[in-house]
Every structure is written in structure tokens, then in C-alpha cells.
Write a protein that binds this ligand. Structure first.
Ligand SMILES: Cc1ncc(COP(=O)(O)O)c(C=O)c1O
Length: 456
């Protein structure tokens, strides 16, 4: 294998075509279901992003259990995608399945609180350090509601986010750095207003840019992940979070930490890992083992400011915060059993150890074969990217993307029984993930590298 040389692009295109043909030949039933669905589903899928897998058509799932998925053609996959974190708990944990069935039998939604709500809030408070919580259905909603509260409390219009971020379908955050301030991300569908009215966007790990962007005193909140995870994993540089907190406080700007993905960092998420002291924390996805459920927590100081204005608590639904099914009995029951029996300290120890093993094994393959890529990890989440060293920010990460190479690796893995997360080379460890599954991925990576750089 020729060390460190550029990939032969013609060869890559041929390899991708071969993998596409092998995929299609082995999945006639998925193809037939996809074709039949064209009659009633626009684009043949229930959500457009389901066509974004590297394969020529989607794999139709038959069932999923633990860290495995079976498709309708009888193939079995090791699942490192885990529903893009929604199933970080592993699929269908038995305790959750039982608790959900029991709660469905007792009623799913009544517009009345259930005992589970305060139990979940107290547990989230122990883990993430914030004393007061409310619940909703998606992480997007949690972010939207925290932003609304921050705007209301500060009387300021703008939200600051980091280049390359993703926080769900939050209009203010679907932006990137443009020549003259924030512009809608490429592909942003029908952006409602020019984001220069709503948003400031700066590069991650750049305190000077952050300070300048906060200086006008019109930013209600910074919305940030503890480590960026949606443009590859980009950890904070040492001291960056201290600066972020110091600068937001000095500017009277509230800090919203989005833990939706970084709940994989450990039992206290990235907030615990990096010792953060945010005004709000938002989270969703795996919190109820994939049952729609999300939460936003707030500090005692923020809760006091909200409580001083009873109208904020009372009018919330028609005031832009709420949702008929938010805080429903089923999602609360699923959150409670998930926290009490699945995302336990012991499970985290296992997931973090496997995350470390996955990253070490990938790094060893890259080093041994002189592959000029890097590997990054936050807790149980590992990602390899096509820059030779870890990017410092979203702009650098964007410039190192190689969609064709990414598609090849995904399809190569898919054809051999491994699911990586679409759009990323991301692998997540669940409590059910095993060391053998990690080793299988490593062995396949060696094979993929040998295809890309064949021995002369
Ligand atoms: C960091 C982060 N926050 C929020 C969300 C939104 O989650 P949901 O699509 O479940 O609302 C995502 C989705 O990928 C995310 O990555």
C-alpha cells in the first residue's frame, strides 16, 4: 500500500459503483418496498433524509434489538449508527419495552402531570447539575423553547451559534459564516428571514471572535454543544469553555448547552465532562430510548427570573412554548425507566471503554497504513475524518469533507454488515455493544483501506 499518497479518484469511483451493484443485488425486497412506496410517499420514504444513506436505495428494517438491526432481505447489521443517537440505549431494552407497554395500558396522555415527571427532573438535576426542568418531545423543541425564554428574559433579538453546528430544525441555527455575516446553510429550505436579523455565527475555539460578536450587547443567548459533533467531533480546546462562560456573563448573554449528542460523554454529559456551568441545558434523542421525549433544564437564577414573571409560566403554550403531547405520561415513563435501568453508571463505564477501544483501534490502523486521516472521540462517540489532523473549527472541518470517499466507506461497511451514521463516519457505543463488534469494524477498516490504496 502506498503510504500517504492521494487516493486514485478513478479507482474510488469504480469501487463505489461495485459496492452499489453488490448492495442492489443482495436486497431485492428492500428495493421492491422502496419502489412500491413511491406511490404514496414523496420520494419513497417517510422523511427525505432516509434516502441519504450511501446505498442506491434505503435498507428497509425488519427489526432491531440491542446493537443489531435485521433488514427485510434477511441481512443482519452491527449498528454503530443507533438511530443517530436516538437509540444510544441500544434498541428495545427489555426494561423499557415493559415499562412502555405498562404505561400504554394506563393511558398515554391526559393533560395531567404524572409522578414520573419530578422523578426524572430530579435525576436529570443530579446528572447535569441544573435544578429545574420542563419536558417536550424533541431536542429541536427544547432548543426553541430555551431560545424563546432567553430572548424574553434578556429582551434581545439574536442567537449566537458556531459555524458548522446543527441543533435541529431551529431556524436561527441553520446558518453558516458568509462574506457579510451569517447566511442560510446550503440546502436550507425556505429560510424565513435573512439570518443577519436573528443570528451571529463565529468559529468554535476562537474566543476573540466570540468576544467581538457579543460586544454589541444584542445577543440573547449562545447555543453551543459542549464539543461540536455535527461537523465531525471537534472538542473544545483547553480553556475555551472558561472563556465562553466568562464572555457570555460579561455580555449579559445566556448560555444554552445542547447535550443532545454529548449525553454520550458520560453520565453528566459534556457538562459533567468539561465542568460547565450553563444557564440552560437541552437534550433529547436517547433520553427515553427513542420514544419521543426531550427536556430543558435551567439554573436556579434563570428559574428565579422566570418565576418573577408568572405570565411566562402560565401563558406558555399559546406564548410559543409547549405542545399538546409535551410532558405526556408515556414519554415521562420511558425517560424514567431509561435513566434508572439503561443509562446507568455501569452502562456508561462499558460504553466509554468501548469508545476508547474503537478510537485506539482506528488510530492504530491509520498509523500502521499511513492513512492521512484523524480520529476524534467524545465518550462513547467516535468519528474518523479526512483531514490529517483534528480540525479546530467548523470551517476547517467543512473544507476537509470528501463526500465520495465517505459514501464508499459507508457502503463498504453496509455491504459487510456494519451501519455507520449517514453524513458522518460516526460510531456510537450502546450498553449492548460488544468488543467483538468493535473489532469487526476495525478488521473491515483495514480491508477498506487496502481497497483504496492497493499494494503495488
Ligand atoms: C446537537 C443536536 N441538537 C438537537 C438536535 C435535534 O434533534 P431532533 O431532530 O431530535 O429534534 C440534533 C439532531 O441531530 C443535534 O445533533
Amino acid at each position: 500500500m502506498s503510504a500517504g499518497t492521494a487516493i486514485d479518484r478513478g479507482r474510488l469511483t469504480r469501487l463505489l459503483a461495485e459496492e452499489g451493484a453488490a448492495f442492489a443485488a443482495a436486497r431485492p425486497r428492500s428495493r421492491a418496498l422502496f419502489d412500491a412506496a413511491q406511490r404514496s410517499l414523496l420520494g419513497g420514504v417517510p422523511m427525505p433524509w432516509m434516502t441519504e444513506w450511501a446505498s442506491p436505495h434505503p435498507v428497509y428494517a425488519a427489526r432491531a434489538e440491542g446493537s443489531e438491526v435485521w433488514d427485510v432481505d434477511g441481512h443482519r447489521y452491527i449498528d454503530f449508527c443507533l438511530g443517530d443517537t436516538g437509540a444510544m440505549t441500544g434498541h428495545a431494552p427489555a426494561t423499557v419495552a415493559q415499562a412502555i407497554a405498562a404505561q400504554v395500558g394506563r393511558g398515554t396522555t391526559t393533560m395531567l402531570p404524572t409522578e414520573d415527571a419530578a422523578a426524572v427532573a430530579e435525576e436529570l438535576g443530579r446528572r447535569l447539575g441544573l435544578p429545574f426542568w420542563h419536558f417536550c418531545l424533541t431536542a429541536t423543541d427544547a432548543n426553541r423553547f430555551a431560545i424563546r425564554l432567553a430572548r424574553e428574559l434578556t429582551g434581545r433579538p439574536k442567537v449566537l451559534v458556531f459555524n458548522g453546528c446543527y441543533h435541529g430544525t431551529v431556524d436561527e441555527a441553520l446558518v453558516q459564516i458568509g462574506a457579510d455575516g451569517p447566511v442560510p446553510r446550503p440546502g436550507s429550505i425556505g429560510p424565513p428571514v435573512d439570518p443577519r436579523h436573528t443570528t451571529r455565527v463565529v468559529e468554535w475555539n476562537d474566543p476573540a471572535a466570540l468576544e467581538a460578536a457579543l460586544a454589541a450587547g444584542d445577543v440573547a443567548c449562545v447555543l453551543a454543544e459542549p464539543a461540536m459533533t455535527n461537523i465531525g467531533i471537534i472538542p473544545p480546546e483547553p480553556g475555551y469553555h472558561d472563556q465562553l462562560r466568562r464572555l457570555t456573563r460579561a455580555a449579559g448573554t445566556l448560555l444554552i448547552i445542547d447535550e443532545t449528542h454529548t449525553l454520550c460523554a458520560g453520565i453528566g454529559g459534556g457538562t459533567g465532562l468539561y465542568g460547565l456551568d450553563p444557564d440552560f441545558v437541552t437534550l433529547g434523542k436517547p433520553l427515553a430510548s427513542g420514544v419521543p421525549a426531550a427536556a430543558y433544564g435551567m439554573s436556579a437564577a434563570v428559574a428565579a427570573r422566570i418565576s418573577e414573571r408568572p405570565s411566562l409560566l402560565k401563558l406558555s403554550d399559546v406564548g410559543g412554548i409547549g405542545g399538546t403531547l409535551a410532558g405526556n405520561a408515556l414519554s415521562l415513563a420511558a425517560m424514567r425507566v431509561t435513566l434508572e435501568t439503561v443509562l446507568t453508571p455501569e452502562a456508561y463505564r462499558h460504553m466509554l471503554a468501548l469508545g476508547a477501544a474503537f478510537a485506539e483501534q482506528v488510530a492504530a490502523v491509520l498509523a500502521e497504513h499511513h492513512v492521512p486521516w484523524h480520529v476524534a472521540r467524545v465518550g462513547a462517540r467516535v468519528e474518523y475524518g479526512f483531514a490529517p489532523t483534528l480540525p479546530r473549527n467548523g470551517g476547517e472541518a467543512l473544507r476537509s469533507e470528501d463526500p465520495e470517499l465517505g459514501r464508499f466507506l459507508h457502503l463498504f461497511m453496509l455491504n459487510r454488515g456494519i451501519l455507520l451514521t449517514p453524513f458522518h463516519n460516526m460510531a456510537l457505543m450502546a450498553p449492548s455493544t460488544t468488543a467483538d463488534q468493535v473489532a469487526r469494524h476495525t478488521a473491515l477498516l483495514v480491508e477498506a483501506v487496502a481497497r483504496l490504496w492497493p499494494r503495488a
